[in-house]
Design a protein around this ligand. Structure first.
Ligand code: GLP
Length: 260
């Protein structure tokens, strides 16, 4: 796991966009794994800017969202499909039919996980997965206690997660209790994973997942078992890391030909 401590989210956005641009140059039909939340916004803004100003094209790319709320009406502004479209995919030239999201509509829930797994597989798997992290260490919506080999399925949100996400809804009661999320085993199959964490509210989660034991209690810790994970943090999110001076030294001396 490579941990890179950066000055701000704009720099994080630029470095992640560089990796995505290189990937697309190498493989125009790349499969991107997209996360919602505030963490990846600087990446999406930078990719949209490169599309508008520099001709970076996503015309042959595929994208899979990590998760979706259960029970929100189709088109609800806070459904993750709408959020992904609004924050990223509507701003670039990726065809709408190339963007997939787990189906959270109530009638389709039982089959939703398996259908989603099959469509990721049919696309050849995710090349680069962007992740944020919940304050309790969740990735996607894999709450503490999630099986480290779980597949896409329905999960129940912790009260803390509903509270964290209540800012996007009129009130806490409107935050769904259930979600469909890619499992930890699903996420682990992505070829490269870039986890972004910013702000002091993530400091404990970053310390726990990167330097603590691998444990279902801190779902993101499973990433320690992945061969190619890049963790991009700002100073605040890195402030509890024990080996921060080593991570800084490593990055400062990284060979110039080596990308993240
Ligand atoms: C939600 C999403 C996660 C995201 C997390 C953190 O729970 N399901 O994918 O990583 O929020 O969000 P933020 O980046 O806004 O802190």
């Amino acid at each position: 796991m490579e941990i890179v401590i950066l000055p701000d989210s704009e720099t994080i956005g630029r470095i992640t966009a560089n990796a995505i641009e290189e990937l697309i140059a190498r493989k125009p039909g790349s499969v991107l794994g997209l996360a919602t939340g505030s963490s990846p916004l600087s990446v999406y803004d930078e990719l949209a800017r490169r599309y508008r100003e520099e001709g970076l094209s996503f015309a042959s790319a595929r994208a899979f969202a990590l998760d979706e709320y259960v029970g929100l009406p189709v088109g609800h502004t806070e459904s993750y499909r709408e959020v992904i479209n609004r924050e990223f995919t509507n701003k670039v030239d990726i065809p709408a039919e190339n963007v997939s999201c787990p189906d959270g509509t109530e009638g389709n829930i039982a089959a939703s996980g398996e259908v989603y797994e099959k469509s990721i597989q049919a696309a050849g798997g995710v090349d680069l997965q962007i992740l944020g992290i919940g304050s309790n260490g969740h990735i996607g919506f894999n709450e503490p206690g999630s099986s480290l080999s779980s597949r896409t399925r329905v999960k129940t949100l912790l009260a803390q997660t509903r509270q964290d996400n209540a800012r996007f809804f009129d009130n806490l009661d409107d935050v769904p209790r259930h979600v469909v999320t890619q499992g930890l085993g699903t996420i682990m199959e992505a070829r490269h994973i870039v986890l972004i964490a910013c702000g002091i509210g993530k400091a404990q989660a970053v310390r726990a997942f990167a330097e603590g034991p691998v444990s279902a209690f801190c779902p993101a810790s499973v990433l320690q078992m992945h061969p190619h994970v890049t963790v991009l943090t700002d100073e605040e999110a890195a402030s509890s890391l024990q080996l921060s001076s080593y991570y800084r030294e490593t990055y400062a001396n990284k060979p110039t030909w080596q990308s993240i």
